[in-house]
Write a protein that binds this ligand. Structure first.
Ligand code: HEM
Ligand code: HEM
Length: 176
């Protein structure tokens, strides 16, 4: 039998921290963007779109790494409900990493706005144009962002709980 894995695979750890930075930046860029009608709005949007699509590409890569290399086991003495909570919250975080960029891309397609990523590279529309669809996806993008922030806060609190209160190896399993 092979020895139990102590840490996440290096690629998984690198992707975790890179994406955590990108996602937190995106949540704040998004809020900054919708809080201004100045020239800054367009500049932030020009940053928001390519970084969001990069997150979509990276999460696909990360899911591949996760399926290929798995994850270290949680401490055996961790109560069952906490093991379940960890599993559910991780699935939710992966789902949100996929859903946020897809909904952003689809919402712009529904509104008839091409998703241009820099010099002349334009993504194909994901969904047909339609006002009702645009309104629905625009609202969904906001609500999913709020949910993402809430789940992130729980995730962060859980990491601190492991590191500072339980003092187990969970945070170390993700150390670079
Ligand atoms: C992880 C990825 C993403 C995150 C965390 C994110 C987050 C946000 C947030 C927090 C807002 C502000 C919502 C509000 O208060 O109404 C927002 C707005 C927006 N996002 Fe995203 N977003 C992501 C990906 C994308 C992508 C890939 C696109 C398009 C390709 C996109 C396009 C937009 C647009 C067009 C707005 C509204 C701008 C406006 O009304 O002025 N987002 N996003
Ligand atoms: C938006 C930011 C973040 C996202 C989207 C995120 C997402 C995730 C996901 C999906 C996992 C599960 C990995 C897997 O099983 O494949 C994970 C694990 C982990 N994350 Fe985060 N994370 C974020 C920020 C943070 C921060 C700020 C910390 C610590 C300060 C942290 C600490 C950890 C730890 C310790 C694990 C391992 C948990 C375990 O083994 O069960 N994360 N993260």
């Amino acid at each position: 039998m092979s020895a139990p894995i102590q840490r996440f695979n290096l690629a998984a750890r690198a992707l975790h921290w890179l994406m955590a930075l990108m996602i937190l930046a995106m949540l704040f860029i998004g809020i900054g963007m919708v809080s201004t009608v100045s020239e800054l709005h367009n500049r932030l949007l020009d940053l928001h779109k390519p970084v969001g699509i990069a997150i979509l590409v990276l999460v696909a890569l990360r899911l591949g790494v996760r399926l290929r290399y798995g994850a270290p086991a949680l401490p055996r003495d961790l109560p069952r409900w906490q093991q379940h909570a960890a599993q559910v919250s991780h699935i939710l975080l992966y789902a949100l990493m996929l859903a946020m960029p897809l909904v952003g891309w689809a919402m712009l397609s529904a509104g008839g706005y091409p998703v241009a990523l820099g010099d002349g590279f334009v993504l194909p529309p994901l969904v047909p144009q339609g006002r009702a669809l645009y309104a629905f996806l625009r609202q969904a993008h906001t609500e999913l962002a709020l949910l993402f922030f809430a789940v992130f806060l729980l995730h962060f609190a859980a990491a601190l709980f492991h590191a500072l209160i339980r003092r187990d190896a969970v945070l170390r399993s993700m150390r670079l």
